[in-house]
Ligand binder design. Structure first.
Ligand code: CMC
Length: 377
């Protein structure tokens, strides 16, 4: 039987992430997301996701040091990125740059644990540098070097803005990365696993996942949420906007999820992060619009199990951190690379190439018609 979008069809076994969509619960390797966001760091969570256990103190120190050593980009990668059109979307720049790593690190030894560790380190280290580099390059500036004295998230914000971030901003950003790091078999992770199943290199795996994440039904929704809030512009216009959209069968961006039938637990946490930032740095008038949209949507969409998802409040957090709108999805990618790599390893540990079947609806065998005998139109 055909199941469009593979809804409800298991295609693999996985021990990485567990979602209870009715209770609004999300665990990475058994640890609740709220606890990780409160107590862990993005790199520690990344280690947990990829290797299955929390690191010891020395494992974490080694992992952090290795990542710090590999944050820089080769001048060839930077020069290549300078040739990208400044008007291009940063997700396209990221997909191309990530894929190019396969050229620079062309040895492929996916059954060698050392190769896997090095590839993980390289990707986790370099993806943020690529995102920050493209941001400066498209403004006509040279990318700046990572700062060895700054931790992962603070360094990314520094490379992006050329200013050392406020500690609260850096901590909130790190917590956002934790929340976005993994979410079971969403479209981009499925893409990663399909690509991994061919035994290609990890850079191709990540590049294919970045391309999948870019679409507006997936990671790209966080950009559209801000556009929607700006269009609504005032809390008292939220109800009319929603009613019009529902009548026209237009999707409300940042709402709905294949897995969750209640408010996404990440949306609840992101809303609290936004409030922390507003308390410290001043509010954002679009936050009142967002709250009005959530309230007004509740009686209209709630009965269908449609509530805010991870993308609804993340844009407001990133905006307060001074991040341009078209970098919201690349930031999602910086984080999700952890989950993609965990799935890459898991796929390799019990691989069988993905090759689903189809229900053919085309013509049966037909008789060839020569070009001069075909009907003219
Ligand atoms: N606004 C209004 N109606 C909606 C929405 C929404 N955001 N989402 C789903 N529905 C309705 C849809 O119109 C349909 O109604 P009906 O049965 O009357 O035709 C029903 O709910 C089922 O929708 P669906 O599109 O078949 O559901 P799906 O599980 O295939 O899609 C989704 C899930 C996330 C793609 C969808 O909810 C959506 O397009 N949301 C808006 C885009 C968005 O916020 N995406 C981010 C997803 S979370 C992060 C991520 O994965 O990257």
């Amino acid at each position: 039987m055909l199941r469009p979008g593979l809804e409800g069809v298991p295609v693999t076994q996985s021990a990485i992430c567990d979602i209870d969509g009715n209770q609004g619960e999300l665990n990475y390797r058994g640890y609740p997301i709220a606890e990780l966001a409160a107590k862990s760091s993005f790199l520690e969570t990344t280690f947990l996701l990829i290797w299955g256990e929390l690191p010891s103190a020395s494992q974490l120190r080694d992992f952090e040091e290795a990542i710090q050593m590999h944050r820089r980009l080769s001048f060839r990668v930077r020069d290549m990125m300078k040739c990208f059109p400044a008007s291009g979307h940063p997700m396209d720049a990221l997909q191309s740059s990530a894929a190019s790593l396969g050229l620079f690190y062309s040895r492929r030894a996916i059954d060698d644990p050392e190769y896997i560790y090095d590839a993980v380190v390289r990707l986790i280290a370099k993806i943020p540098t690529m995102v920050a580099a493209f941001q400066l390059i498209r403004k006509g500036e040279d990318p700046i070097r990572p700062r060895d004295d700054l931790p992962y998230s603070a360094n990314f914000l520094y490379m992006l803005t050329e200013k050392e971030p406020d500690p609260l901003a850096a901590r909130v950003f790190d917590r956002c990365l934790i929340l976005h790091a993994e979410h079971s078999l969403n479209a981009s992770t499925f893409s990663a696993r399909v690509t991994a199943s061919t035994l290609t290199d990890p850079y191709a795996v990540i590049a294919s996942a970045v391309g999948t994440l870019a679409g507006p039904l997936h990671g790209g929704a966080n950009e559209d949420v801000i556009a929607m809030l700006e269009e609504i512009n005032s809390p008292d216009k939220a109800k009319a906007y929603l009613e019009r959209a529902i009548t026209k069968k237009t999707k409300i961006m940042g709402f709905g999820h294949r897995e969750y039938k209640v408010k996404d637990p990440r949306a609840t946490l992101l809303q609290s992060f936004a409030e922390d930032l507003f308390a410290r740095f001043g509010t954002d008038e679009m936050y009142n619009v967002a709250k009005a949209v959530e309230n007004e949507a509740s009686p209209l969409l709630g009965p269908k199990g449609i509530y805010p998802n991870v993308d609804f409040y993340s844009g407001l957090v990133y905006r307060k951190l001074g991040i341009p709108r078209d970098l919201f999805t690349p930031i999602f990618a910086i984080s999700r690379v952890a989950g993609w790599l965990a799935h890459w390893r898991e796929q390799l540990s019990a691989n069988r190439i993905f090759r689903p079947t189809q229900i053919y609806t085309g013509a049966k065998t037909r008789t060839w018609v020569a070009l001069d005998e075909r009907a003219k139109n």
